[in-house]
Design a protein around this ligand. Structure first.
Ligand SMILES: [Zn+2]
Ligand SMILES: [Zn+2]
Length: 131
């Protein structure tokens, strides 16, 4: 989950962090606990999130395209058993899940990068979230 394994360009602008996330509320695991690294459904590589709210993987300039976090589907190990995918449906849920990603990123980013990321991701989610 190294951010420099993701080539710059395309949607990879500014600060990115590994996508370490909580399950959506509806998830069958019924737990607010599972906070785990999420993998891209298409290629199976780890996902990262940009300060603009886009999710991408290291193949984003070739085979995979990025997408806005609100449009992302998630599946934990428990949900995999029934092959069910879930989405964060409300802005507050999404922001809550993001706080876990930020927590996890604290160890990988210096304070300036983390501040920049936090400020911009909140702006981006406010602006881009569609009801
Ligand atoms: Zn789950
Ligand atoms: Zn991918």
């Amino acid at each position: 989950m190294l951010v420099y394994s993701v080539p710059k360009g395309g949607l990879n602008k500014g600060v990115i962090i590994p996508l370490i996330f909580q399950c959506p509320q509806e998830c069958v695991c019924k737990s607010s606990k599972p906070t785990q690294a999420w993998y891209h459904k298409k290629c199976g590589d780890p996902s990262f999130i940009t300060e603009n709210g886009d999710i991408l993987c290291k193949n984003h300039l070739k085979d995979c395209s990025g997408y806005f976090i609100q449009d992302a589907f998630f599946q934990c190990n428990k949900a995999r058993q029934s092959n069910t995918w879930y989405q964060h449906k409300s802005r507050s849920q999404l922001l809550m899940a993001l706080s876990f990603a930020l927590n996890a990123a604290e160890h990988n980013l210096d304070q300036n990068a983390l501040n920049q990321f936090t400020k911009n991701i909140l702006d981006s989610v406010q602006k881009r979230f569609h009801n």
